[in-house]
Design a protein around this ligand. Structure first.
Ligand code: NAD
Length: 447
């Protein structure tokens, strides 16, 4: 599960050779390590004229996080991040000086630097010029992210009307995008609505005191999710089928949690999860629907069992568990489901899988208001190419093409998916609801 090409072009003689030959040189991405600085250098806060007040407010918040915050570009700085505030923009012509000021410093954006835009969502009833300016940020950010180099990423926060720039969920999202936790999230715009939540007392342990369940935790992405939830303070219940009992016990031991052998397609899976969490740990706060299977076949050759099993595990099980958990009156539940870029862009040989993962996106959006009525949220994470046992089994040439087809020119790691899930499961991101966050390095497929 190693990407030996990325290693080779970043070290010794092969690095020099790759440079001379003009070969793509994917950067070694900076991942979260406790104690490391939040950003890799000073943060420049830029705004259009109308948004200066919001920029001042945000600059103060960033100073409170101990960051070196500047308001003017200077030639001698290697920037760790640029924050482009366009929250009060009224017309397309308003943005030019701010975006050009951002452009002027991009050559001095550090390796693994960050560009984050803050803007507002176009809404029904907006004047055409306002809607144009707001929606324009979408195309700007997605294009800019494709121009960034050396492991730098560009992401955007899109505030719903009425949400303050220093709202809890805005700050939690901003911190995620600025940090190494979002290493493989690129070219994404995440809508943030109002939220009634507190910022964590300790940003490194946002899930302290919470009980989280992860399905499919025996290996791969599920095991990484369990570890990351535990690292950030949660007590973790690890769920997997009895046949994966050994791996399940290994993960549960590694995270100091408990193991629950359970097929998620069982009729009473939700009730059993709830009973286990409550009797062993006293509550249930987070459920991560990660268990998933592939049964790839062209539709012309698809057997009923191949279609039905994928829909049963990847989709119906999530629906049934959610119904049982929300129906039993669990309050404040944070639900995060694993979708896939295959459910967004489609993939040959994966009509069953694509159906199931697009179905996950559909039910996530529909579940969100129901979850919110009980003080919770429902979101999905859509991974792109992630280096796992599953993707290691793809034939070499196909795998090599698939892992380079994104702005970061490499596959992600299970931990990258896990970081996004922890962010969405954290109390402070309560204003992010019904959303799909892609962890795909800005995969060229889909949107
Ligand atoms: P994996 O095959 O390595 O692990 C899946 C786990 O789910 C296994 O431990 C398996 O035993 C468990 N599982 C399967 N059926 C189950 C059932 N009925 N009940 C309980 N547990 C069950 O897969 P992975 O690569 O780690 O993927 C995890 C999730 O991420 C899946 O939902 C997958 O669709 C999604 N995903 C993965 C990638 C990728 O590149 N690896 C990309 C997009 C989405």
């Amino acid at each position: 599960m190693t990407d030996s090409y990325t290693k080779a072009v970043n070290s010794g003689f092969t690095k020099t050779l790759a440079k001379k030959l003009g070969l793509p040189r994917p950067a070694i991405l900076r991942r979260f390590r406790a104690g490391d600085p939040l950003t890799v250098g000073p943060v420049l806060v830029v705004a259009d004229d109308a948004s200066m007040g919001d920029a001042d407010t945000l600059a103060k918040e960033l100073l409170g996080w101990g960051l070196d915050v500047r308001r003017q570009p200077t030639d001698d700085t290697r920037w760790g991040a640029v924050l482009l505030v366009l929250t009060e923009t009224k017309r397309p012509t308003d943005v030019s000086s701010a975006v050009l000021a951002t452009g002027s410093v991009l050559r001095r954006l550090a390796t693994n630097g960050r560009v984050v835009t803050l803007s507002r969502a176009a809404a029904d009833g907006d004047a055409p010029a306002l809607a144009a300016a707001r929606n324009g940020v979408d195309g700007f950010l997605r294009s800019l992210a494709k121009e960034l180099r050396a492991g730098a990423t560009g992401n955007g926060i899109v505030l719903t009307d009425g949400v303050a720039v220093n709202g809890t969920s805005v700050l939690a999202t901003l911190r995620f995008f600025l940090s190494a936790r979002s290493a493989y999230v690129d070219g994404q715009l995440l809508p943030v609505g109002p939220a009634d939540a507190d910022l964590p007392a300790d940003w490194d342990r946002p899930l302290a005191g919470k009980v989280a369940v992860v399905t499919g935790a025996a290996r791969g992405i599920g095991a990484a999710i369990a570890k990351t939830l535990a690292r950030d303070g949660a007590t973790v219940v690890c769920v997997d089928v009895p046949a994966a009992g050994e791996g399940l016990a290994r993960t549960a031991n590694a995270v100091g949690g408990t193991a629950l052998q359970l097929d998620v397609t069982a009729d009473d899976a939700g009730r059993r999860i709830l009973e286990h969490a409550r009797t062993r740990h006293g509550s249930l706060d987070v459920v991560v629907h990660n268990a998933g299977i592939l049964r790839d076949k062209l539709l012309a050759n698809m057997k009923p069992a191949q279609w039905d099993s994928v829909v049963a595990v990847n989709l119906e099980a999530q629906l049934r568990i959610n119904e049982q958990l929300l129906g039993s009156g669990v309050e404040g539940l944070r639900i995060v489901s694993l979708a896939s870029t295959s459910g967004i862009a489609g993939n040959k040989g994966q009509t069953n899988y694509g159906f199931s993962k697009a179905g996950v996106i559909g039910h996530t959006r529909a579940t969100a208001p129901w979850a919110a009525a009980h003080g919770g949220t429902a979101n999905a994470v859509a991974p792109g190419f992630i280096e796992t046992e599953m993707t290691a089994s793809i034939p070499f040439a196909t795998r090599e093409v698939a892992r380079r087809l994104n702005s970061l020119q490499q596959g992600g790691r299970p931990a990258d998916v896990a970081e996004a899930i922890v962010f969405l499961a954290s109390p402070a991101s309560a204003g992010v609801n019904g959303q799909v966050l892609r962890v795909c390095g800005q995969n060229l497929v889909g949107r």
